[in-house]
Write a protein that binds this ligand. Structure first.
Ligand code: ADP
Ligand code: TRP
Length: 328
């Protein structure tokens, strides 16, 4: 089975990305042939700054590696190092109705927000389908917000196969229920666009300050509290051991615990878990040449696979005569 996923280099990764997608994807390394990439073509729909594109791309690569991506087993690459996906997107666009793209949540949200929408944003799900189908992916680990996009990729695979024969593997999203939507500081879905995100690699002091900003109700130390409706507790559950979770829940239900104490407990478990990886992350970022070498090797491996899949697709629809389809 092959697993594939991507993350856009549009900001420093946050805890929602970490728990919702990166960690579940890293676990698949043991059971799947994994291809994970930096979705820089997708980032270009909103990020028009050369230096930031480079910096965030390295940060995303360093994040994967610091958290345990093993480049000997897993292919880590930049989307734009395999430009063939842009060609495949064209082939898929030709079997996709405009109506399907108009129904995409991300596009509709941009429209409702009155944003000035570029064609890349409208076309986004087609390029994402090309990413998935170019590598014969079976499973796509993502957070819940990406489910519709993966379903659109399925539809495009089925539509293409229906017209041209069995060319593409039909993919499935893999979404873990317990981390499908991680809440942010204000309780809404954690997202860089809501300004409620906790960045994964904040130094301890800043991490603590950020977590102290979690929105709670106005109950005081002597009031009993409901852990199940508390934003602090819902993050705590994701980092603490079952014993720690039970102990803190009991303290919520009795007088004597202020939200400040709960936030301190949260900070301690999060910081303890992230500190060793944070050191690895800083060390990786200090060696951009090493990061670039990992990405160059990944690009080579990814491109070889994409070329063969795209060769199948071109042939199925009667395109192309030049013998360019082989190893890059
Ligand atoms: P953002 O919503 O902050 O822009 P991205 O769209 O770059 O984040 O998401 C990258 C990956 O992380 C996707 O697979 C997405 O589903 C997942 N993800 C993002 N935010 C969350 C969240 N709050 N909870 C669970 N998964 C998330
Ligand atoms: N759209 C995804 C996001 O915003 C990123 C992405 C691009 C992706 N191509 C993909 C995810 C292919 C999974 C598979 O998070």
């Amino acid at each position: 089975m092959r697993a594939l996923t991507g993350i856009k280099p549009t900001a420093t990764p946050h805890i929602g990305n970490l728990l919702g997608m990166i960690e579940p994807a890293l676990r698949l390394q043991d059971t799947h042939d994994a291809y994970y990439f930096i979705a820089d073509y997708h980032a270009l729909t909103t990020l028009h700054d050369r230096e930031k594109m480079r910096q965030y791309s390295r940060e995303v690569a360093a994040t994967w590696l610091a958290l345990g991506l093993d480049p000997a087993r897993t292919v880590l690459f930049a989307q734009s190092d395999v430009p063939e996906v842009a060609e495949l997107a064209w082939l898929l666009a030709c079997v996709t109705g405009v109506g399907a793209l108009e129904r995409a949540h991300a596009y509709k949200a941009a429209q409702e927000a009155g944003k000035d929408i570029n064609v890349g944003t409208f076309f986004y799900p087609v390029l994402m389908a090309a990413d998935i189908l170019a590598y014969d992916s079976d499973h796509v680990p993502v957070g819940k917000d990406q489910k519709q996009h993966v379903e659109m990729a399925r539809d495009m695979a089925l539509a293409f196969n229906h017209r041209f024969g069995e060319v593409f593997v039909v993919p499935e999203p893999l979404i873990r229920d317990e981390v499908a939507t991680i809440p942010g500081l204000d309780g809404r879905k954690m997202s860089k666009s809501y300004g409620n995100a906790v960045e994964v690699w904040l130094p301890s002091k800043q991490l603590r300050k950020k977590l102290m900003g979690i929105v709670t109700d106005s109950k005081g130390v002597d009031d009993v509290k409901d852990p199940d409706t508390c934003n602090v507790f819902s993050l705590y559950k994701l980092f603490a051991t079952p014993d720690q979770v039970a102990a803190l829940a009991a303290r919520y239900r009795a007088p004597g615990l202020g939200y400040g104490h709960a936030k301190q407990e949260l900070f301690e478990v999060v910081d303890a878990q992230l500190a060793p990886a944070r050191e690895r992350y800083e060390a990786l970022l200090a060696e951009p040449d090493r990061l670039d070498a990992v990405l160059a090797d990944g690009a080579h491996r990814a491109r070889r696979l994409a070329l063969s899949v795209l060769g199948r697709a071109r042939d199925a629809c009667g395109l192309g005569r030049a013998p360019r389809w082989g190893a890059p």
